[in-house]
Ligand binder design. Structure first.
Ligand code: ATP
Ligand code: MG
Length: 367
């Protein structure tokens, strides 16, 4: 439940915008300059490690916010009653709308996928890991621009093992759920994969399966809440580890999208894409193949669209056959990604499964 809005010097409260596991988000009007801003406020009862995480969140947002597809932070501060807040750019809605009935057209879908992959590549290039990718955390502004938001559990790539992880059920990778991994670029690629799969189908397949199994259990008398939480964790882990990719091409989705998403959703992290840049390039290749304008791969300063175009867009320039396009598509690897895979493999191998870490792992359950 959303708490009462705090008094903030320099801002007037307008209305609530949303709420998450640790925070409440409200619309305020700033006085200087006069503008509407979204203000994310740490819940009053959270006074321990969450404060440090919240400060880290604002710093990572500030470091990455110059990217056109990362939500920009304006200011941080303390409310009159001592709650930390982050004032930031206001969005209109979230990509969760595609899980609540709204359908997405393929042009918008591909453009959104490239832009969010660009944003996450930028975050990784800056040395950070998002660790909570899901449709609810992809915001969309008044110009329909998607923006990666909610860096609440993000951390430095180099410090991933020391950073407590907290997972969102249905969106976390199997290695985070089962092996005690604290996350890696490949775990984020998995979460991206299941997010963009669910955006097309209109529902998260794991949540659907797990919830239907839970319904039967929770209907039986005398089951405690603790037992239910444990059961949900067990059912969700089993669901994710036994799930077989269900192709979307049978419903008319271009089959290349299945290739990208099924690779991102590989159970084995080593089989996933090497980097978000590789995902951006795969999606822009699909745009090209469908005769759509490819979305620029913007990484701030370095415009990879141009360098990628030599190989990825060669077909239109050099008259390469469809077969060759597919080969390039499947074999597309970039150097930065290869380097980065080494980092994430190391992270995975050194993942420790301590009891403390496990506790925080499930702290978001039933929030
Ligand atoms: P989580 O449960 O994912 O950890 P959280 O506590 O970290 O959530 P956010 O995801 O950042 O919080 O925000 C919660 C919700 O508030 C979002 O899903 C969204 O609906 C709304 N919201 C957040 N930031 C904005 C914004 N800048 N503009 C408009 N709405 C926002
Ligand atoms: Mg969120």
């Amino acid at each position: 439940m959303i708490s009462k809005e705090p008094i903030l010097s320099g801002y007037t409260y307008i209305r609530p915008l949303g709420s998450g596991g640790f925070t409440d988000v409200y619309l305020y009007q700033q006085f200087n300059p006069v503008r509407d801003v979204a203000v994310k406020v740490l819940k009053a009862e959270l006074n321990g490690i969450e404060r440090q995480l919240f400060i880290t969140e604002s710093n990572i947002m500030a470091a990455c916010g110059m990217h056109p597809n990362v939500l920009n932070v304006y200011e941080t501060g303390l409310s009159q009653d001592g709650r930390l807040f982050i004032a930031m750019e206001k969005a209109d809605r979230t990509a969760d709308e595609y899980l609540s009935g709204n359908k997405i057209d393929i042009t918008t879908y591909l453009d959104t996928a490239v832009k969010i992959a660009n944003a996450l590549e930028f975050v990784n290039e800056k040395g950070y890991l998002h660790r909570d990718i899901k449709p609810e955390n992809i915001l969309i502004d008044a110009f329909n621009t998607p923006k990666m938001a909610d860096f609440g559990v993000s951390c430095e790539l180099a410090k991933v093992q020391q950073s407590p992880v907290s997972l969102s059920w249905g969106w976390a990778s199997p290695e985070i759920m089962e092996l005690g991994s604290h996350g890696s670029i490949q775990s984020d690629i998995y979460s991206f994969g299941i997010s963009f799969y669910s955006i097309l189908t209109g529902a998260n397949p794991f949540v659907q399966i797990a919830n239907s199994k839970m319904d039967k259990i929770s209907n039986s008398a005398g089951v405690t809440e603790t037992a239910l939480k444990g059961k949900y964790r067990e059912i969700m882990s089993k669901t994710v580890s036994h799930w077989e990719y269900q192709p979307l091409a049978t419903n008319g989705t271009p089959r290349q999208i299945d290739q990208i998403l099924s690779q991102a959703l590989s159970f084995d992290p080593k089989k996933r894409q090497n980097s978000f840049l590789e995902i951006s390039q795969q999606f822009t290749t699909v745009q090209q193949q469908l005769g759509l304008t490819p979305t620029a791969i913007s990484l701030g300063g370095v415009n990879s669209f141009n360098s990628a175009s030599e190989s990825v867009f060669a077909p239109s320039k050099n008259n390469v056959s469809n077969n060759e396009i597919n080969q390039m598509f499947n074999a597309s690897t970039v150097q930065t990604g290869t380097q980065r895979r080494t980092v994430s493999r190391t992270n995975l191998q050194t993942a420790k499964n301590s009891t403390k870490q496990k506790k925080s792992l499930f702290s978001k359950l039933f929030k």
